[in-house]
Design a binder for this molecule. Structure first.
Ligand SMILES: [Zn+2]
Length: 191
């Protein structure tokens, strides 16, 4: 995650310098930002897939249908009740928002920084969501029917999460995570 963030920082810096070369000409900004988000999205896809496969393999028990690119793309096309958007749509929205911001604001650097901040926040959340989805897939593939909701058990667990601690759900009816950055996790209930 940290490595990915460093990569995103570099990508934003490079795009900003490139747009600056052309004195932030409007069409250049649109083109540069478009390329920027295409690269960011590609970095994320690779990382999410590696993450999903690693989580799947580490999950006990797990089946033998490791998440592949098709699985990941289907997941990223789904509505996410925590973020309240579809990832694949949101990346386009973020791209347009950054391009418009840079084109309409005097403080170009600030707009690039803002874009990076939103991108990092989304990426961080999707690392959690992709991990959860991979865990549940691993359980399902292994024939697990029910899972237990667990909090991290520390002082920063919120009341809503605490109320779910130890609850058992049918694997197809696990409720969505409660909030951004929710670090609760699932364990298999063996019948
Ligand atoms: Zn939680």
């Amino acid at each position: 995650m940290e490595l990915l963030n460093r990569k995103a920082i570099k990508r934003f810096e490079a795009a900003q310098s490139e747009a600056a070369l052309f004195d932030f000409d409007e069409l250049t900004v649109i083109k540069t930002v478009k390329t920027l988000y295409k690269r960011l999205a590609s970095d994320n896809r690779k990382m999410f897939l590696d993450l999903a496969q690693a989580v799947y393999d580490e999950t006990d028990p797990h089946g033998d249908e490791e998440p592949d690119e098709t699985w990941l793309l289907a997941f990223l096309e789904e509505y996410n009740p925590v973020t309240r958007y579809v990832y694949q749509h949101e990346i386009d929205r973020k791209r347009d928002y950054t391009a418009e911001g840079v084109n309409s604001s005097k403080d170009k650097a600030k707009e690039f920084r803002r874009g990076l901040m939103y991108w990092s926040r989304m990426t961080e959340q999707y690392c959690l969501d992709v991990s959860d989805a991979a865990t549940l897939k691993a359980f399902k593939d292994a024939g697990v029917k029910r899972v237990m909701w667990n909090t991290q058990g520390d002082d920063s667990v919120c009341d809503e999460c605490k109320a779910r601690d130890g609850k058992i759900y049918p694997i197809d009816k696990v409720p969505p995570k409660v909030h951004f950055g929710d670090r609760c996790y699932f364990t298999a209930v063996m019948d």
